[in-house]
Design a protein around this ligand. Structure first.
Ligand SMILES: [Zn+2]
Length: 304
């Protein structure tokens, strides 16, 4: 969408022509692959003292190479741009790091930035927790479409997010939405927002789509960092009581997860291009059940 914005500024007229032709009504690829165009998130330190700090190395915008040796000659593997890796040591022009995939190796100092974070203690009750909800898509970025192209993903994610916010607030949680109106927010800004609010849990909400209509059904819960797997599992377990089938949890290389310093998951709430999924997704009843499920799961998660 950043490219689209640039296009808008430079060639406004063409934008409207293109829009009229429906060129931009495709699901953004940034969501699928994780755009590496957005701005760096910056390290923040929360206010209170007496907390331990830990260092991470944030990989720059581009994918980069992990080496076996500190002279950076023997290639080991590729690390995703924007990934937060564990800092181990540094010498000369290289950092020794451990990647999210679990590999220890060396990285050129120019390929990453040191982030010093304070460890954030997890609340023991949802009522003490800060939850950031990210209604996927917005504005010109409509997300996926229903088979009849009448329903846009952004409408469902925003409407559901508001119901989740209300349900969580009723339990005393502090809740922020990355956007409360139909606006597009850059993926990098979403991560920064989550960090600024010191989210105890960040949840990005989406609805899926497949190449072929009515090919797939159900809810999928994604995590990027292994440390968020338990959170994802707790949330996914709760979905088993919903009318739509829970497809379980899986690793997902999404920018809003990869570049997020806070505990983060992404939920695809059902398939936009599955007629029976959509029939549920659009209803207040389903959205309220979804909000209730998420709330109960978060109560369990914080009480553990
Ligand atoms: Zn989406």
């Amino acid at each position: 969408m950043k490219k689209i914005c640039s296009l808008f500024l430079v060639m406004g007229v063409l934008f409207f022509v293109a829009k009229f032709l429906g060129i931009f009504e495709q699901k953004t690829t940034a969501e699928q692959t994780g755009s590496t165009q957005t701005t760096e998130t910056k390290a923040t330190s929360t206010t209170t003292s007496n907390r331990e700090t830990f260092k991470q190395i944030k990989i720059g915008k581009e994918d980069t190479t992990l080496y076996a040796d500190e002279e950076l000659t023997t290639r080991l593997e590729t690390i995703n741009g924007g990934e937060l890796t564990e800092y181990l040591s540094e010498a000369g022009d290289s950092y020794q790091i451990k990647t999210n995939a679990g590999t220890t190796g060396y990285l050129a100092k120019t390929a990453g930035t040191v982030l010093t974070q304070e460890t954030q203690s997890q609340p023991t009750s949802l009522s003490d927790a800060v939850i950031v909800l990210d209604p996927g898509h917005g504005g010109e970025d409509v997300g996926a479409l229903s088979n009849d192209e009448q329903v846009e993903e952004k409408t469902i994610t925003l409407s559901t997010a508001k119901k989740i916010k209300a349900a969580l607030e009723a339990e005393g949680a502090t809740v922020y939405l990355t956007h409360e109106t139909d606006d597009f927010i850059q993926l990098g800004e979403i991560c920064t927002f989550s960090e600024e609010k010191s989210a105890d849990v960040f949840i990005s909400l989406h609805a899926d789509s497949t190449e072929i209509a009515n090919e797939a059904t159900g809810i999928t819960t994604y995590y990027y960092y292994e440390r968020n797997e338990e959170l994802a599992q707790t949330i996914a377990d709760g979905f088993s009581e919903l009318p739509l089938n829970s497809r379980g949890i899986t690793y997902g290389n999404y920018q809003v997860l990869r570049e997020n310093l806070q505990p983060a998951i992404l939920v695809e709430m059902g398939y936009m291009n599955n007629d029976s999924d959509l029939a549920e997704l659009v209803t207040d009843d389903y959205q309220e059940k979804f909000a209730e499920s998420l709330t109960n799961s978060l109560i369990a998660y914080f009480n553990e």
